[in-house]
Ligand binder design. Structure first.
Ligand SMILES: C[S@@+](CC[C@H](N)C(=O)[O-])C[C@H]1O[C@@H](n2cnc3c(N)ncnc32)[C@H](O)[C@@H]1O
Length: 353
């Protein structure tokens, strides 16, 4: 058997380091919460040995596919190490500084504390909440500054690897357009947040025209800062509601949407999928990524059941039992496939010609 290359060892070491850092952070923050805000504790979630084994196995499979697809050229290997490390290191103390407020919110079950200067009429009611008990919800620059670090901690350093699972199905879906080379391929990332998926697409498909939409102006500002610090063409970012997007019908060859569906009520979920269908040109592809669901990942039921109890995720319980395939079909999509990678499920759906 050939010895693993240096870059493979470096990648494995980085993932191990992120995982340990995530675990250490969670352990320490839970202990501090038990001391300083015991009422905020939702009770101990006991993770048994067989679940630990399953989690490790799943993370190891994720790492293998992440490495394999980089080797196959789905994306450059440099993506495996991509993050604004220095900036994250500088912002990490902000995560700790924000924590006591999060505990208070959890303790008092306060889930609608959003900044006073926000015009509530500009947003759907379901959006005006402190998702994950996050200070200001999605509606401030402070929230946007620490979001990426929080997500990496939550998923023990696997968040970007899980997002990258969108790239292979996306490239497969775009194959005919890319080989034709006749027209500019346009891709929209719906609910792009801080732009991590856009950056990944840009590195895998540098020739395409990229668009990103989100309801949070602050998150879009963060995305703009991050994307402009990386190489690649300008990405067009727009503030808007994914239920009613400000783009022409049939104007995109592909759409992606990562970690939005579980934060929407059921009817909004269907509205977003209907909008995605409208925006795609016939023959175009939608790639969705979101939390795994109970039906196809029963081994992780305990984690899913616990997630929405610890973090304020008001629509998660409904999402994990929702039939997304049926919703996609109702929107008009066909050739729907799905696969799961650790805590993320990825769907690929096609708009028939
Ligand atoms: C969990 S974050 C995911 C962000 C990003 N896709 C990622 O991978 O990190 C959910 C995002 O959806 C956005 N969002 C929620 N409801 C929305 C809606 N109706 N229209 C547009 N964006 C929405 C939020 O502002 C937030 O940026």
């Amino acid at each position: 058997m050939a010895a693993p290359s240096l870059s493979k060892i470096a990648y494995h070491t980085l993932q191990q380091g992120k995982s340990l850092a995530g675990l250490a952070h969670k352990e320490l923050s839970t202990r501090l919460m038990e001391v300083f805000a015991p009422e905020a504790s939702t009770g101990n979630f006991q993770i048994n040995q067989s679940l630990i084994k399953e989690v490790r196995r799943s993370i190891s499979n994720l790492e293998s596919i992440d490495w394999k697809e980089a080797e196959e050229g789905v994306y450059p290997k440099s993506q495996l190490f991509e993050a604004p490390w220095l900036e994250w290191a500088k912002k990490y103390p902000l995560v700790w500084l924000d924590m006591p407020q999060t505990w208070q919110r959890r303790k008092k079950n306060q889930t609608r504390e959003i900044p006073r200067d926000i015009n509530e009429d500009d947003y759907p009611d379901y959006y005006l909440q402190n998702f994950h008990h996050q200070t200001d919800g999605y509606l401030s620059e402070n929230s946007a500054e620490i979001y990426d670090i929080q997500v990496e901690i939550l998923f023990n350093g696997t968040a970007d690897s899980m997002r990258r699972r969108v790239l292979a199905p996306l490239k497969r879906g775009l194959k005919k357009y890319l080989s034709e080379g006749s027209k500019k391929v346009k891709i929209l990332d719906v609910a792009t947040g801080t732009g991590r998926t856009l950056q990944q697409i840009q590195s895998a498909l540098p020739q395409v025209e990229l668009y990103g939409l989100d309801l949070s102006g602050s998150y879009l500002k963060q995305a703009s800062k991050y994307l402009s610090s990386r190489s690649g063409d300008l990405v067009q970012l727009t503030k808007g509601n994914a239920e009613n997007m400000p783009y022409l019908s049939e104007d995109f060859q592909a759409l992606t949407c990562v970690y939005l569906l579980h934060e929407l009520p059921r009817d909004a979920r269907q509205n977003v999928l209907n909008e995605c269908f409208r925006l795609l040109e016939p023959g175009g592809t939608l790639v969705l990524a979101d939390s795994i669901q109970i039906g196809d990942s029963p081994k992780f039921t305990a984690i899913m059941e616990n997630f929405h109890k610890i973090f304020h995720e008001p629509y998660y319980r409904d999402y994990i039992v929702d039939d997304i395939n049926l919703k996609l079909e109702e929107s008009g999509f066909s050739s729907i496939t799905s696969e799961s990678h650790f805590m993320t499920k990825v769907w690929k759906a096609y708009k028939p010609i």
